[in-house]
Design a protein around this ligand. Sequence first.
Ligand code: CTP
Ligand code: MG
Length: 392
Amino acid sequence: MGIVAAVIVAAGRGERVGGTVPKQYRALAGTPAIRATLAAFCGHEEIDVLQPVIHPADAALFRAASAGLGKLREPVSGGATRQISVRAGLQALQSQAPELVLIHDAARPFLTGGLIARAIGAARRYGAAIPGLAIADTVKAVDQNSAVTETLDRRRLRTVQTPQAFAFALIADAHCRAEAAGRDDFTDDAALAEWAGHRVSVFEGEAGNVKLTTNDDFARAELVQAAALADVRTGNGFDVHAFADGDHVMLGGVRIPHRRGVTGHSDADVALHALVDAILGALAEGDIGQHFPPSDPQWRGASSDRFLAFACERVRARGGRIGHLDVTIVCEAPRVSPYRDAMRARIAAIAGISVDRVAVKATTSEKLGFTGRGEGIFAMATATLRLPWSGA
Ligand code: CTP
Ligand code: MG
């Protein structure tokens, strides 16, 4: 089977949405919409190559939004209409001679891998295929005075989406013919294929595959995404280390000069270790000793940053987000409060979250117990995570 390519059109200005950047670069749940769109295609095993089409003024925005994604060709510049932008993408792919091409709006970031697979299957079978949805409302045709002229049979109507999928040669040729005929106003590629005389088949679309067109669409999308992260979890963590000879302690990723040091696992940062266990606890994915055994020589003296980064990466891998990290450090000395904000900043940086989601607190134990006697130090932590809802 031949190459399967995708053209992602992103050269529009998003005038109906407005804002400081074109809508496809606007953040949704912290990620530019276009990145989610590109990632859906990059991450699909049946897609071989992606051809982005952008506005030249957006080159830097595109570079930032697409950093680290695979299968991407250099973006090409689009034109004044969507049709011209698609044509530019198809022309850029000519040299690859793909078998199939999927043409998709950057402004539709919610498509699933299943939809991409259906598009590829239908294009292979029919040569030209588009996702469509049945209509629930009755549809009327009206005249210029808004008087009804006709009630349409909704069983025969579909609203259509992208990705629209075609045999590459078929749609490339149809675009050339439309250009030669002076037409540059087709709003979707199926309309152009129909005009060129091809039969276009409709396969099942997805209700969630909306095009971000207005500010309302963004507001609704934010709500849907927040609601999807409804599995709110709390984990706790606890860690103790004994003082020993030395001249500093590591606490919350910050080096604090002290007349004693601390012994134990890695750099013995009790605050970070407690946080790692809190996160792993919320994920129900074991504890720090299980992932980084103290008996393993490679962790001796290691900076604990990497353990926290690992736990946070596990959250991301599960499609989740860290809502809050809270740690309490208990010791008579050193004094923690002068370093509190530095610790918060360091923890936030390692976790990739904002500082206002990190709390560091400290207390003595009123000279009671092992901390009171100055024998050691302990920390306890709470992590609140939001994971995708996957059923009770
Ligand atoms: N598009 C494009 N080139 C154009 C116009 C649109 O590549 N000249 C792309 C858009 O970036 C978008 C998709 O086609 O991903 C669908 O178009 P639309 O939703 O209309 O986006 P915009 O044209 O950017 O928005 P608006 O019409 O509100 O300005
Ligand atoms: Mg438009």
